[in-house]
Design a protein around this ligand. Structure first.
Ligand code: ZN
Length: 239
């Protein structure tokens, strides 16, 4: 095939650029940050599920506390009324005794409620501890994702820029070589995917490493400066 030294150099550079572009494209897809972000989100979903359960527990405990407090408030009023009645009973021994009994009952119930209140408060404190821990874990995970995304976007746009620069340089090189040669390279690259051109290394294809024998070698050499490997069909520069 017709080609001058400049064409051959251009083709070899295009080959290098194409391989670099293939690698950069693959790297973009497989950026580790992308995978890590997915993992963080999954884990965060699990933590959020636990947090939802904790919120339910807290609602129940809050409601229980409200019931205890409401009852205690109404008992406190009752106690005060009983005290007023005792004060107003003067020397009426029977009245004093009856209101005192009522007051003793109220006070006993309030003691029970005070114990209950301590119990529910301990439960609420425990719930708050767990909630703080889970909320902290979610915040830390979100911060980690933000920093990963920043790193990811930086790396991703650097790769995109690399691919853009490769494409520009490739177009320039393609335009500089003979159109027929450019077409042949393009077709070969589509068929072989990746490496489309190599060098004939003595009697061996520089890409598939097949030793080329007798007649094939003679006809390959006749195609100099550029021919096609009879085995892998890649272009070979023949020096
Ligand atoms: Zn070959």
């Amino acid at each position: 095939m017709q080609a001058d030294l400049q064409d051959l150099e251009a083709l070899l550079e295009i080959q290098k650029i194409d391989l670099d572009t293939i690698q950069a494209t693959k790297k973009r897809v497989e950026l580790p940050q992308r995978i890590e972000v997915m993992r963080l989100r999954k884990k965060r979903g699990e933590i959020q599920g636990k947090l939802d359960q904790v919120h339910e527990l807290q609602k129940k405990a809050d409601a229980e506390m409200t019931i205890v407090e409401d009852e205690d408030r109404s008992l406190a009023e009752k106690q005060e009324r009983a005290q007023q009645l005792i004060d107003a009973s003067g020397s009426d021994y029977r009245k004093v005794e009856s209101h005192s009994r009522e007051m003793a009952g109220v006070m006993k119930r309030r003691e029970t409620l005070a114990e209950k209140r301590v119990e529910v408060q301990a439960q609420l404190d425990k719930i708050k501890g767990v909630r703080d821990q889970l909320e902290g874990a979610i915040a830390a995970s979100e911060a980690k994702e933000a920093s990963l995304r920043a790193a990811f976007e930086g790396e991703d746009s650097a790769l995109a820029e690399q691919i853009r620069a490769n494409t520009a340089r490739r177009d320039e090189l393609m335009a500089s070589i003979a159109p027929e040669l450019a077409r042949t390279y393009k077709k070969t690259a589509e068929k072989t995917g990746g490496v489309a051109i190599g060098k004939l290394d003595g009697e061996t294809c520089g890409v598939c490493r097949t030793h080329i024998e007798g007649g094939h070698l003679i006809s390959l050499r006749a195609q100099a400066p550029i021919g096609t490997c009879p085995v892998c069909k890649r272009l070979l520069v023949i020096e």
